[in-house]
Design a protein around this ligand. Structure first.
Ligand SMILES: NC(=O)c1ccc[n+]([C@@H]2O[C@H](COP(=O)([O-])OP(=O)(O)OC[C@H]3O[C@@H](n4cnc5c(N)ncnc54)[C@H](OP(=O)(O)O)[C@@H]3O)[C@@H](O)[C@H]2O)c1
Length: 384
């Protein structure tokens, strides 16, 4: 049997999975000098998913995020298994890294971006809000509360697909909004996502629309803004990527490709300019519950029974990650988090798993069913 919880928690930060064997009589973990998991023995391959879930659930001691107190006790219990090991080690936001800083958020007119605006405002940031819909940005601005909100909050409408000339104007405006202070944090949150379809059904129009917003626009904005940051010797890009940028995402090939592209660009950017003061935090959420937009609506969620992390919690963890300068973090319920670990650390097994469920996931999406259910792997092809 798996080790008791007390042992697990003491292993939390040092855990390494070294070996995996199938076909043993019973399932067990073997510990090397009581600190590292040396081997995992499993009676069958089917036991793998629960074990990876166990490995990814060693965050029981790290739940108490009292600083921003966004979650009730019930929520905390529900949300204990939703982040990767790096993020687990950081419990609170570093408020001093956020207060009085200029934070520019794209995609701030709804969904996760709206929640980012609310929490950054509360932490005392000076905000610039962008998206195409100015009226929605105004609506978001009016509800903000904080040291510099709502009165000092700037609205900067922009279309990420509008080309470099217009994006340049936007960057110059953003840099001049707050006298003596340029943009400290650029939160690249805006994105375009189409309903799920197979990789071959994607139209040229959808391909271009996705890449123009998610990749080209986002990279252009970065290229235009980074020189200002470099002149000051500091600047931080926070990139709302996705689990779909870390693992195959059947039904979302183009969206997934756009997020992989972002991960590649931003990790490289950081490696080139880190020593000159440029930080990058890549955030990879799994399914997130938002009231609208690319996440499921509340009614869709009820209909499909997909379990999604509340956007408030996703944003809270994102800001904790950014304030600690973490380089990449994953935020998701299981089984997505476990699949992310598999694909990252045991790619052959991870890709085998995805190949097994890919077709069924596309079918489930077409029936508006649960596209994150373990039943996609273990037979019962439930639509919801
Ligand atoms: N929700 C999820 O389950 C989930 C999971 C993983 C990752 N993510 C990522 O998290 C981020 C936010 O997701 P979300 O669910 O909150 O998205 P959402 O509700 O669809 O909101 C997208 C935002 O992007 C803006 N936007 C879209 N096209 C734009 C353009 N051409 N120029 C400028 N702004 C544009 C939209 O505003 P306008 O329409 O007013 O322009 C809106 O504010 C995205 O990067 C998404 O990929 C979401």
């Amino acid at each position: 049997m798996f080790s008791p919880k007390t042992k697990r928690s003491s292993l939390m930060s040092r855990l390494r999975l070294v070996g995996l064997s199938f076909g043993s009589k019973s399932d067990s973990w073997v510990f090397k000098d009581k600190k590292k998991v040396n081997s995992v023995y499993l009676s069958s391959v089917a036991k793998l998913v629960p074990v990876v879930e166990e490995l990814a659930m060693l965050d029981i001691l790290c739940l108490n995020n009292s600083e921003t107190s966004m979650a009730s006790n019930r929520d905390l219990l529900e949300q204990k298994h939703i982040r990767d090991f790096t993020l687990m080690s950081k419990k609170h936001v570093k408020k001093e890294e956020i207060e009085d800083k200029v934070v520019w958020i794209t995609g701030a007119s709804r969904g996760i971006g709206e929640k980012l605006a609310i929490q950054f405002a509360r932490l005392g940031a000076k905000l610039i809000l962008s998206a195409r819909n100015e009226a929605e940005l105004e609506r978001v601005r009016k509800q903000l509360v904080g040291k510099h909100a709502p009165d000092e909050v700037k609205i900067l409408p922009l279309d990420l697909a509008s080309g470099e000339d217009l994006l340049k104007v936007a960057v110059e405006k953003a840099e001049s909004f707050f006298p003596g202070a340029g943009v400290d944090y650029m939160i690249h949150n805006a994105a375009y996502e189409r309903p799920k379809s197979t990789a071959l059904e994607v139209t040229e129009e959808s391909l271009k629309a996705t890449f123009n917003v998610n990749v080209l626009g986002t990279i252009s904005l970065t290229r235009l803004l980074a020189p200002f940051m470099l002149k000051r010797g500091r600047g931080h890009f926070v990139v709302m990527s996705s689990a779909a940028g870390k693992t195959p995402a059947p039904g979302q090939a183009v969206y997934s490709a756009s997020k992989y592209a972002l991960n590649g660009y931003f990790h490289t950017l950081r490696s080139e300019f880190y020593q000159k003061g440029i930080k990058v935090t890549v955030v990879c959420p799994g399914p997130i519950e938002t009231s609208n937009g690319s996440g499921a609506t509340v009614s869709e969620k009820k209909a499909s029974s997909e379990k999604r992390v509340p956007s408030e919690r996703c944003v809270e963890l994102t800001i904790i990650a950014a304030s600690h300068g973490l380089k990449e973090v994953w935020i998701s319920y299981q089984p997505v988090l476990a699949v992310m670990y598999l694909v990252q650390y045991m790619p052959s097994v991870g890709y085998w798993l995805m190949d097994k469920i890919g077709g069924k996931r596309v079918e489930a999406a077409a029936k508006k069913g649960n596209t994150y259910s373990l039943s996609l792997l273990f037979g019962k092809n439930k639509a919801a």
